[in-house]
Design a protein around this ligand. Structure first.
Ligand code: GLA
Length: 378
């Protein structure tokens, strides 16, 4: 029995039945286009969240966390519906609700994806629970169905209008590869991402900044894209070209034009990045990563000063490419760097942050790792 399973038994007085595990992610390129039926190229990081789960006969959902072990959140299973109580537990309750579970369950979560760093700790939590429940109740859902169910949990239960990228990559990632995901039908292709063989490393820089705009700003950007699509009478940004956008510019507002320009150009950059990776052309990949950042900063306006300083400092210190990742307004940036430059680039970013009086950044690196899994524990 693992330590986590032993803790489960000590806490709930019976044995765990399943273990689900799911990773966080970084996104190489393809930002803010998952909800526009675009293409994205994320990979799973090594850090994972685990959930051990068993049925109970009390008709209750009990949720505990290895990180806060002295409290157990308890709710009647019939009260598990949007608007219920709960804080972080809502990510778990949302999955129980969207999968249609009606039996009581006890759940102990062990989260190892840094929270608040823009590395999708929430998707890791949702997907670990979804994988565990799928196994526990023999639900037989495919990974695509689990991705849709976990996105629904976050959209309709937690109230965050996220796209489908984070949950999909957490569920479907393959070790050693980035995942080219078509966000319309969730079809995937593995794109080998062997930075180490090229003497490179992907540095993840957690700015430790979290701006209040995070939720409203995300929803506002998404609404702009939906408004352009409605005005143009198309089904998604995927069907827009730069030529049509420019010809019909007068039909939309200036800010809608800029948001659409990001979406159209970013979808193309993802395709170009896949071609660059297939040619082992990391110089070209670096350029595309830089263009993505400029577009997110200037057209989509979801960057912030801490992200821009991290990007500028890493480029000035020799990175091949650098950009913000995830929703923006804080969180993390990535920098594609030569392995030998790692310490000097970290120092350059630390000094730039100190000069501005910002909180010190945190650094991570991770190779592309495997997606979620689940198995019975006895
Ligand atoms: C957040 C959302 C994703 C995606 C990114 C931006 O991580 O959860 O669905 O929209 O922002 O690319």
């Amino acid at each position: 029995m693992t330590a986590l399973e032993a803790n489960f038994q000590a806490l709930f007085g019976h044995k765990a039945e399943v273990l689900g595990q799911a990773p966080g992610r970084v996104n190489l390129i393809g930002e803010h286009i998952d909800y526009s039926e675009g293409f994205v190229l994320p990979f799973a990081i090594a850090d994972r969240t685990s959930a051990v789960i068993a049925r109970n006969n009390d008709g209750l959902v009990r949720i505990a966390s290895q990180q806060r072990r002295n409290s157990i959140f308890t709710i009647d299973i019939i009260d598990v519906k949007p608007g219920s109580s709960g804080e972080w537990e809502k990510y778990v309750l949302g999955v129980i609700w969207s999968l249609g579970i009606t039996n009581g369950v006890d759940i102990l979560v062990d989260g190892h994806v840094p929270a608040g760093a823009g590395l999708s700790s929430s998707a890791a939590l949702e997907c670990s629970v979804a994988m565990g429940l799928n196994t526990l109740f023999n639900l037989g859902f495919s990974l695509e169905e689990l991705a849709r169910a976990t996105q629904k949990a976050e959209n309709d239960y937690v109230g965050m209008p996220c796209g489908i990228m984070d949950q999909s990559v957490s569920l479907m990632a393959k070790a050693g590869s980035a995942l080219l995901l078509d966000c319309r039908d969730l079809s995937t292709e593995s794109v080998p991402f062997d930075v180490a063989a090229a003497g490179l490393e992907l540095l993840i820089i957690d700015t430790q900044a979290h701006h209040a705009l995070v939720d409203g700003g995300y929803a506002e950007r998404r609404a702009s894209c939906e408004s352009v699509v409605a005005k143009f009478g198309i089904s998604s940004m995927r069907h827009l070209t730069m030529q049509v956008l420019n010809e019909r510019k007068s039909e939309i507002s200036q800010s809608e034009y800029l948001r659409a320009r990001h979406a159209v150009s970013e979808i193309q950059r993802v395709k170009d990045a896949v071609a660059a990776l297939r040619n082992n052309d990391f110089i070209e990949l670096g350029k595309l990563i830089n263009q993505s950042h400029i577009s997110l900063r200037d057209d989509y306006t979801v960057s912030c000063i801490e992200l821009d300083i991290a990007v500028d400092a890493s480029l000035a210190a020799g990175a091949l490419g650098s950009r913000m990742v995830g929703g923006g307004f804080g969180g993390s940036a990535i920098a594609l760097i030569k392995v030998d430059d790692i310490e000097s680039i970290k120092d350059a970013i630390r000094s730039a942050y100190a000069a501005k009086g910002f909180k010190a950044p945190r650094f991570f690196t991770s190779l592309p790792s495997a997606g979620a899994e689940a198995h019975r524990t006895h």
